[in-house]
Design a binder for this molecule. Sequence first.
Ligand code: SPD
Length: 290
Amino acid sequence: MKWLKEKAIDGAEYRIKVKNTIYEKHSKYQKIEIVDTELFGKVLSLDNIFQTSTKDEFFYHEMLVHPIMTLNGLEKNVLIIGGGDGGSLKRVLQHENVKSVYLVEIDEDVIKTCKKYIPEIAEDAWSDSRVNVIIGDGTQFIKNPPVLFDIIIIDGSDPVGPAKVLIKQEFYNDCRNALTSYGKLVTQSESPYIMPNEFTQIYQNLKKVFPHVYTYLAPVPLYTSGFWSYTIGSKYNCHYFPYTHHYKVPKISTEKIEKHCNYYNKNIHEASFILPTFIKKQLNLSKNQK
Ligand code: SPD
């Protein structure tokens, strides 16, 4: 019997029973594996870290993309760093206001492999005329962007090895410079429970660069512990923009988007920004801060 294993931390190992291996190869950057499983359908793993699956991808991709895309809802130019499986890209393109999306992925083999063996994730997103795919290093691309972006989505792997730079203050600084004056970014920010140091570091480094930082939560069954977080860094106070006093609620109707969704909806959007006490303590947020 074969198992696909992930060891995210010392002291715990997560494994999924494999029906059969669909693809396995070492690219220039990493080991790429796609396996078929009962529980998650097809699973993509990079260097033994589970990335996404055909059955549960909607949790992560909907919750990484839709909250930031609906906080304002007027954005035209979006950048995705990473995201070579195309799941985030598909969700960005569901927003009609989007005129162009750049997706910068360092490993071309990830895109090719996902297109061939796990096309259910991106569906027809790659052929949308609004999409520009760049094969390259996102941390370099961001230093000299072709346009200023309204939204940047960082869809990277765990911040170990090469992906470590994606949580550094310097990188967030470059992102801020590549954003319009009402720009904002979102990044997956790890599990507050099993990766508390990385989670806190992401929040603190964003705080050094952006005047407004918001963390929110949504589970991802495929990821070790299942308990997952996302963090937004914004140039403006999402609390009051535009001309509303609602608290981090979607500023546009989410109805059209909800039709495509299995996890995201307006109530989930609002609820996901409410943080449990241990996280508020971890991030030094005041007791009364929502
Ligand atoms: N623990 C794994 C975190 C991976 C986050 N990115 C996944 C990419 C899916 N598009």
